[in-house]
Design a protein around this ligand. Sequence first.
Ligand code: UDP
Length: 194
Amino acid sequence: MKKIEVLGVTFDAGTKQEILARIADRLAAREGTFVVTANPEIVMKARRDPDFSALVKQAELVTADGIGVVQGAAMLGRPLPERVTGYDLLVDLLGLANEKHLRVFLIGAKPEVIAQTAAKVQATYPQLVLAGARDGYFDLTDTSVIEAVASARPDMVFAALGAPKQEQFLTQLRAQLPHALLMGVGGSFDVLAG
Ligand code: UDP
């Protein structure tokens, strides 16, 4: 898959289906994958903040989560095939987890939102194993949260903590879960909870 730089962020120029296929292959090969779905807020934050930019550079896959990013790339003559949003990837990956009976950990959003999200996910995808779910209101220095997620042995971790907290959390978690798919999903649990 081609890499395309737009505004200092290096994107993977794949369609949603190509990105999903890459993630599925990496999961099957037990290769850890950190995915950043870079919306305009994330792109601007990476431009302003070198520490955050360094976190984004650790991702194996960076997708363009915004029509502005796709349009910007086209204007620079380096086209990205389509917008690939965190929410759309989340829904498709939950489907994959359901199909393959994978273990999923959901972390983020307010307590009532994550409770609702967990119930919906379990009802909609009964074949996936919900390895754990917790809200996103904890301090990143509290290592017990990392330990709790790691000890649940998830294949996939979706973190809805907002940027940069979700990227900081997931890069901390990587060392403990070297084979997992780790993806920040912004406000997606609020959408899923309905
Ligand atoms: N959130 C969280 N912990 C925090 C801050 C935010 O779990 O410490 C959640 C918030 O409840 C929401 C999600 O992160 O579900 C996205 O938050 P926000 O809209 O602020 O971030 P954005 O989507 O703009 O990155």
